[in-house]
Design a protein around this ligand. Structure first.
Ligand code: CA
Length: 259
């Protein structure tokens, strides 16, 4: 497994902080722990993590506000630890830009599985591991300019999967990993419908690929990610350019426009 890099754990409860730090250390991360929100934001600024776990209930500023501040600094993978299994919490977390959430009390096994799924997801400079592409993409050449086949274009939007950048009419969008992965999946499906279950697997990775039960909450999470994406894309709900809802099923790409 490649080096996962740095993780920041933001959690005021010492037992939980130690538990999560241990799980992450076992997964290969260099872990920095912070006991409140401000220290957490500082740690992100200083250590440039690939992963942050973030408690919602913190003594100084709440986790959602911490998340907003982190999102101003980083597109790292953020797992929110929500206090109870209340949908409102998990939805708020996703709306504020979290990639995933785990509800307390949680089992270390569950956190480990989520992290493992995250580590398997394609990252900048790595080729897609999705099974439905027609041919394996060649290994990226170091320091080469963007290869044309790494760029997907649709109705004024350009997505470069090597650099993980998205531009709309030349302007770059700041997307979370989950938002990027969903947009990439819909673009490369070229108009085929992707069910919410398909998309759960896209953002959760292999752990969810087979046999795993996909809950309503998982599907709701996809709806929230898509809602965030639409907002960032500036989609007009009456006349979308990219993301079309297929009622009761999932989503697909809007057909190409002439303009
Ligand atoms: Ca707490």
């Amino acid at each position: 497994m490649r080096d996962p890099g740095v993780a920041v754990v933001v959690e005021d409860d010492l037992d939980v902080r130690n538990l999560v730090s241990t799980v992450l250390t076992q997964s290969g991360f260099v872990v920095h722990a912070a006991g409140d929100g401000r220290a957490g934001v500082e740690a992100v600024k200083e250590h440039n993590p690939t992963l942050v776990t973030l408690d919602v209930g913190l003594p100084d500023i709440d986790g959602y506000e911490v998340l907003r501040r982190i999102r101003g600094l980083s597109d790292c993978y953020v797992i929110m630890l929500t206090a109870h299994n209340e949908e409102i919490d998990t939805l708020t977390a996703l709306q504020a830009g979290a990639d995933d959430f785990v509800t307390k009390p949680f089992r270390p096994r569950e956190v480990r599985a989520r992290i493992a799924a995250m580590l398997r997801r394609p990252r900048g400079g790595l080729t897609s591991e999705q099974p439905t592409t027609t041919a394996a993409a060649p290994a990226p050449e170091p320091a080469s300019p963007a290869r044309p086949d790494s760029v997907l274009r649709h109705n004024g939007l350009e997505l470069d999967k090597d650099t993980r950048t998205v531009t709309v009419r030349g302007e770059e969008l700041v997307l979370t990993r989950s938002e990027f992965d969903l947009l990439h999946e819909l673009l490369r499906s070229s108009g085929a419908v992707r069910t919410k279950g398909d998309l759960v697997r896209v953002v959760r990775g292999q752990y969810y690929r087979t046999e795993t039960y996909i809950s309503e909450a998982d599907e709701r999470a996809i709806e929230v990610h898509i809602g965030n994406l639409r907002r960032k894309l500036g989609e007009d709900p009456r006349s979308p350019r990219w993301l079309m809802t297929v009622r009761g099923v999932g989503y697909r790409l809007v057909p190409r426009r002439a303009d």
